[in-house]
Design a protein around this ligand. Structure first.
Ligand code: ADP
Ligand code: ADP
Length: 217
């Protein structure tokens, strides 16, 4: 499974100085684990997630993985307004697969997130929560071994967020994929995480393995 080794990453600020954001991150991801990266805004959670998604290359260190497919969900759904729900969900598959295989995967993913009935709707007809469900379906159709989620419920109202959290845990139990979930919300971290990793000053400063001690329903 994927492993981060001594990851270091920083940015050059507009005034020319460097800001070191990640200063030695080590993490071995066990298959099927639910990892929460917890920390205050600006501590580098999104940076670490982008490195794992391959959207950015670390200044130093290695992210080793066996080329498993990775799914990513951001805070905003980032749907294409000119595509239907089903077309958005299948968007990342492009023309790599046969049409019937795409249909099958899209149907399965939409059913899993509870949107099968609105597959022909347009993004502007959806609530924020529903749009984010489409974004999750879009990530699931690539059948990711690793699902990366960057504050995916951060923009939702408390009631919808709770529903989505419960649904995500159900999907995770059903599919058995590994999840890395970024949040700055302590309550969300405890509700979801099997392993909680706290980032501060560029490093993990605390690791909590909750599964045995804190079984969730
Ligand atoms: P978090 O997700 O924990 O809020 P980020 O990873 O987004 O933190 O950002 C960590 C720090 O790095 C912040 O100070 C942010 O402003 C800075 N940063 C992030 N991306 C860039 C970038 N592309 N260029 C310059 N600074 C960046
Ligand atoms: P998120 O909602 O995922 O935390 P961020 O605000 O961390 O998003 O980052 C959104 C985008 O803005 C990213 O592509 C990041 O690289 C960029 N970014 C964040 N902080 C800075 C910064 N200080 N300077 C330049 N780009 C930044």
């Amino acid at each position: 499974m994927p492993e981060l080794r001594d990851i270091r990453h920083g940015y050059v600020l507009p005034n020319g100085t460097r800001r070191e954001v990640l200063q030695g991150i080590d993490l071995k991801l066990d298959k099927g684990g639910f990892y929460v990266l917890l920390g205050r805004s600006g501590c580098g959670k999104s940076t670490l997630l982008r490195l794992m998604a391959g959207l950015e290359i670390p200044d130093a260190g290695q992210f080793e993985h066996a080329g498993e497919s990775v799914g990513v969900v951001f805070q905003e759904p980032r749907l294409m307004p000119w595509l239907t729900v089903a077309q958005n969900a299948g968007f990342l598959l492009g023309s790599k697969l046969a049409g019937h295989e795409i249909d099958l995967r899209v149907s399965r993913a939409l059913k899993m997130v509870g949107l099968h009935d609105v597959r022909d709707a347009w993004p502007n007809q959806l609530s924020g929560g529903m749009a984010q469900r489409v974004a999750i379906a879009r990530a699931l159709v690539v059948q990711p071994a690793l699902l990366l989620m960057d504050e995916p419920f951060g923009a939702l109202d408390a009631f919808t967020r709770k529903q989505m959290q419960d649904d995500l845990v159900r999907i995770w139990r059903e599919l058995g994929h590994t999840i890395v979930f970024v949040t700055h919300d302590l309550e969300e971290a405890v509700r979801l995480g099997q392993t909680i990793l706290v980032i501060d000053q560029g490093c993990f400063t605390l690791r909590l393995d909750l599964d045995a001690a804190y079984p969730r329903t």
